[in-house]
Write a protein that binds this ligand. Structure first.
Ligand code: ATP
Length: 401
């Protein structure tokens, strides 16, 4: 249908980038990126009106997102000749705007396109050897200044290499080392580094990526005290197992996966170093709190729990209720004590959601004056419920009285 719309408007339309790469790798496909040789916004408007889709337009960037009824999205970008300074002497095909568009991308594996217009439907466009590199399982940049031009590509190279199990090409690896030696990442804004790290730590198994980062000395650029130890590697493996367990049993319970690995990465570093890292990475306030306060409290609490175990339901509850899902998962990964692990997962599964059925209104109805006593009553109700008592509202009201 996209190709037909292109035919009707007389423009060439291609599906590009990650979609084609993932198609060749037979991996699940998430987003579809389309490039129109012409005005992408006009194309997207036309397509959306024909197929009753919603549309988000970014006029400044000449891009749009077509949103289908079921939520499926297609990103549309414009590749227009006037964007590029092209030597007039080159033959037309060399001048084509799709080639220019693809040439701006990061790695050869991301430069593939497939034509969608009826006459050429399904034709693979491969100007930079991306097809061969996918077969050879190799990450290669397109031009030598790539990492200097945009140092976030260093992190992207590591992310893709880890995700697909590809190696980073020799020249590309040398160019990464070279970019690092001239301080390219040092000057990168914290927010951009953070965004890349979140993506790397959000992958299925980020440990090989962390090792590659350490090989290049990227961690040291973020903070000179960061050092990849065997303990960190073991903790990453433990996080992997914990998250696999969690996601299998509680697939509806969403949490930021990257955050658990991030806590594991910073485990053991002092508040001072952690704060400096959070500053360098320009952590937003909420995430900062998670990484500093929650992580450090989690480390302290797990030690306390390990020392005091076995403890009552109530003690465990009041120790753990403060923590977010990601911190609890971090604690589960952190402890080597099997009983403690069981205790925390019992809390997670059975106790975390326990709430009184009654509220202030009901407490007032039994004649108790509002005040701090209300929260004491509600907490006591939770204590009772943790032992399986007070199952109905009536029982709770009676207890409050
Ligand atoms: P993912 O599965 O991680 O989303 P993707 O390849 O779709 O992989 P995006 O980050 O969504 O990655 O980027 C879409 C496309 O834009 C990429 O295929 C790549 O060609 C291009 N791109 C993204 N970031 C850069 C960059 N920093 N430099 C050059 N090209 C980039």
């Amino acid at each position: 249908d996209i190709g037909n719309a292109g035919d009707s408007l007389g423009v060439e339309v291609f599906v590009v980038g990650g979609f084609v790469r993932d198609l060749m790798l037979e991996r699940p496909i998430e987003d579809v990126d389309v490039v129109v040789e012409g005005d992408g916004i006009t194309f997207a408007r036309y397509f959306a009106s024909m197929h009753h889709c919603r549309l988000h337009q970014h006029l400044k960037f000449n891009t749009a997102v077509i949103i289908f009824e079921d939520g499926f999205k297609v990103d549309v970008a414009s590749a227009r000749l006037e964007y590029y300074a092209t030597p007039a002497a080159l033959p037309v095909v060399e001048n084509s705007s799709i080639k220019m568009d693809l040439a701006r991308r990061d790695f050869t594996i991301n430069t593939l396109a497939i034509s969608l217009n009826t006459e050429t439907f399904g034709t693979l466009i491969d100007y930079f050897g991306g097809g061969r590199d996918i077969k050879d399982k190799i990450i290669r940049i397109i031009h030598n200044l790539s990492f200097i031009e945009d140092p976030t590509r260093i992190f992207r190279a590591i992310k893709f290499s880890n995700r697909f199990g590809f190696r980073i090409g020799k020249v590309t690896a040398n160019l990464i080392a070279n970019a690092l030696s001239v301080g390219a990442v040092k000057h990168l804004s914290g927010l951009r580094v953070l965004s890349e790290l979140k993506q790397i730590f959000g992958e299925d198994n980020p440990l090989p990526a962390l090792e590659t980062m350490a090989d290049y000395g990227l961690d040291k650029v973020i903070h000179h005290e960061l050092k990849l130890t065997d303990a960190t590697c073991a903790l990453f493996e433990s996080v992997g197992k914990t998250l696999a367990w969690h996601d299998l049993l509680y697939s509806d319970d969403v949490y930021p996966r990257w955050a658990v690995y991030f806590m594991a990465w910073l485990h053991g570093y002092t508040v001072k170093v952690s704060t400096q890292i959070a500053d360098r990475l320009m952590f937003p306030l909420k995430e900062r709190e998670l990484l500093l306060e929650q992580r450090i409290k989690a480390e302290q609490s797990i030690r306390l729990i390990e020392k005091s175990y076995p403890v009552s339901n109530q003690q465990m509850y009041w120790w753990l209720i403060y923590f977010k899902t990601e911190s609890l998962l971090f604690m589960l990964a952190l402890t080597k004590n099997e009983s403690v692990r069981k205790g925390i997962s019992h809390f997670y599964t059975h106790q975390r959601k326990i709430q009184p059925l009654i509220g202030g209104k009901e407490i007032k109805s039994v004649g108790i004056k509002p005040g701090p006593v209300y929260s004491r009553i509600l907490n006591k109700i939770i204590d009772e419920k943790l032992d399986g008592k007070l199952n109905t509202m009536e029982q709770e009201i009676e207890f409050a009285r």
